[in-house]
Design a protein around this ligand. Structure first.
Ligand code: C5P
Length: 286
């Protein structure tokens, strides 16, 4: 029986760069949510190893050994000694190199699927080490739930998920290199997030995001891809938007809305004005 795992899009509502480590990685303090849209991974026993990529964003990706899905599979095999042939299908819907963790979510979904196939508990410490070795975002994508995340991405404090809202994800079709965005930072010792109050409504939450949080990667990402500024302006002009910002190292930006229906309406309006942008309404919780 094939196993299907969803690789949901990760959105950084806030991303503070608070330091730099001797190995060159950055200490971060982030608020992340996961949208109810993403890629899908289908795993099935097979006569030989197969890896197929389909879906609307398949063209942006090659199925070679550098692909995070195959690196996850190889890492899992090294960890467990398990060598049975496997067929993996990745249905790619999220834009590549776009700040919403697509590749990390694909690797995490592959690991979740392999754990289900082989009865490895999801909290196995060896799995956490493997996940982090594949990428700083992979551990949080294994959890795939709203959280405050710090360290380079390994310290995950889940939030309750009681606050629901609509999300609009907008990508102008420009890939931003994450290392290049980090290299463009003017300061690396910025303040961390303040303590998080409990939020019982969207308004205090968006006030908190607007006044007390940042995405420190936004200025260097905008220098690399100035079109990010156009996306943020177009989002801010939408009548029912409550808050807008860039996610990760860009170029995807997001808007928060009261609910998914409002995000869907906004998506239709924005798509008329920018038919060449990738525009996806979604729902999320924090
Ligand atoms: O871990 P991942 O491969 O997703 O990171 C991509 C790049 O982003 C790293 O090579 C590094 O340049 C940068 N990065 C960083 N600090 C982090 C996460 C990523 O400097 N916490």
């Amino acid at each position: 029986m094939p196993i299907v795992e969803e690789a949901r899009a990760k959105v950084n509502l806030a991303l503070h760069v608070t330091g730099r480590r001797p190995d060159g990685y950055h200490d971060l303090d982030m608020l992340v949510v996961f949208a109810d849209i993403g890629d899908s991974l289908t795993l099935a026993a097979s006569e030989e190893d197969r890896f197929l990529i389909d879906g609307p964003m398949a063209a942006g990706l090659s199925a070679d050994s550098g692909n995070l899905v195959l690196r996850a599979l190889n890492g899992f095999r090294e960890m467990t000694g398990w060598m049975e042939p496997l067929s993996i299908r990745l249905t790619k819907r999220l834009p590549v190199a776009s700040g919403i963790g697509g590749g990390s979510a694909d690797a995490a979904a592959t690991l979740r699927g392999l754990c289900r196939l082989h009865d490895v508990p999801a909290d196995d410490p060896a799995l956490a080490t493997l996940a982090l070795s594949l990428g700083a975002d992979v551990p949080m994508c294994i959890v795939s739930g709203p959280a405050r995340v710090s360290g380079v991405g390994e310290r995950i404090t889940p939030s309750t998920g009681q606050l629901s809202f609509g999300l609009l994800l907008v990508n102008p079709g420009v890939a931003v290199s994450t290392p290049q965005a980090f290299r463009g930072l003017e300061r690396r010792d910025n303040p961390s997030l303040p303590p998080l109050p409990a939020f019982d409504a969207l308004r205090p939450f968006t006030d908190f995001l607007r006044h007390q949080t940042r995405n420190d990667l936004e200025p260097p990402a905008r220098a690399i891809a100035p079109v990010i500024g156009d996306v943020l302006t177009a989002l801010a002009d939408l009548p029912s938007i409550r808050f807008g910002r860039m996610s990760g190292s860009g170029a995807t930006c997001f808007g928060l809305f009261d609910d998914k229906t409002s995000a869907e309406r906004a998506a239709l309006k924005l798509a008329r004005e920018h038919p060449d942008w990738w525009i996806e309404p979604a729902a999320a919780t924090f």
